[in-house]
Design a protein around this ligand. Structure first.
Ligand SMILES: C[C@H](O)[C@H](O)[C@H]1CNC2=NC(N)=NC(=O)C2=N1
Length: 221
């Protein structure tokens, strides 16, 4: 069987996939090897530069996955050691059992973080529209309770952290709103999230620049 080197006439599934991975690859000039007799060109080999790009991409993804797995392992092992810190005025005997149900130990999906003063979780949906509708529904509940989350969103994924800033710690509002998020997410057709460390980072960056939410307006300078 002989092979000719020919410019690809139509993007194949693989090439389309590569193009989707990074639009900068649109400019690559790809050659594929096809059989002389084949009417529909079939990819037998792709040029080194494209292959390298694909392998580099896979390596980056693998690196990202392993970094994230490490951070998940660290947070899950420390999470079981973290003790919940309830905000002043809260009754731990009332809040404790409700919090337990939200955490992995009680069958929930939330993680206790930030030395016990916060709970956080990632939500994923099929589309950006569904994600945004979910966030709108959550924001209406926030308005009703006069309590806001630390959160971030990218495309179909939303990261939510509940914590009370003043008095610092976990309050009944955090626990109630976390449970409301769970139930709203179900209504909006939540899917299984692929965790990403970038989402908490985005929320942290917003926290860093948001300033103080708790000083009444008339006392603010
Ligand atoms: C004055 C008003 O009660 C405060 O600004 C509220 C508003 N929402 C809040 N949300 C959160 N997460 N923590 C707070 O301490 C808080 N305080």
């Amino acid at each position: 069987m002989s092979f000719t080197l020919t410019r690809t006439p139509k993007p194949s599934t693989l090439l389309t996939k590569l193009i989707n991975l990074n639009h900068s690859t649109r400019n690559f000039s790809t050659f594929i090897q096809t059989s002389n007799r084949s009417t529909t060109p079939k990819i037998i080999a792709i040029t080194t530069s494209t292959t390298n790009f694909y392998h580099q991409h896979q390596q980056k993804q693998q690196h990202h996955r392993s970094l994230h797995q490490q951070s998940r392992n660290m947070s899950s092992s420390s999470s079981s050691e973290i003790k919940a810190q309830f905000s002043e005025g809260s009754d731990p005997t009332v809040l404790g059992p409700s919090l337990e149900k939200l955490l992995a130990a009680g069958g929930g999906k939330w993680t206790l973080t930030q030395e016990g003063v916060a709970i956080e979780r990632t939500f994923k949906f099929k589309t950006f529209a569904k994600t945004w509708d979910f966030m709108t529904a959550v924001s209406l509940q926030c308005k009703l309770k006069n309590h806001h989350p630390e959160w971030s969103n990218v495309f179909n994924t939303t990261f939510i952290r509940w914590t009370t800033h003043v008095p610092k710690g976990l309050s009944s509002k955090d626990i109630e709103l976390a449970a409301i998020c769970d139930s709203l997410a179900k209504d909006f057709g939540e899917t299984e999230p692929t965790e990403s460390c970038a989402m908490p980072n985005l929320a942290d960056r917003a926290v860093a620049s948001s300033g103080d939410c708790c000083t009444p307006k008339h006392l603010k300078k």
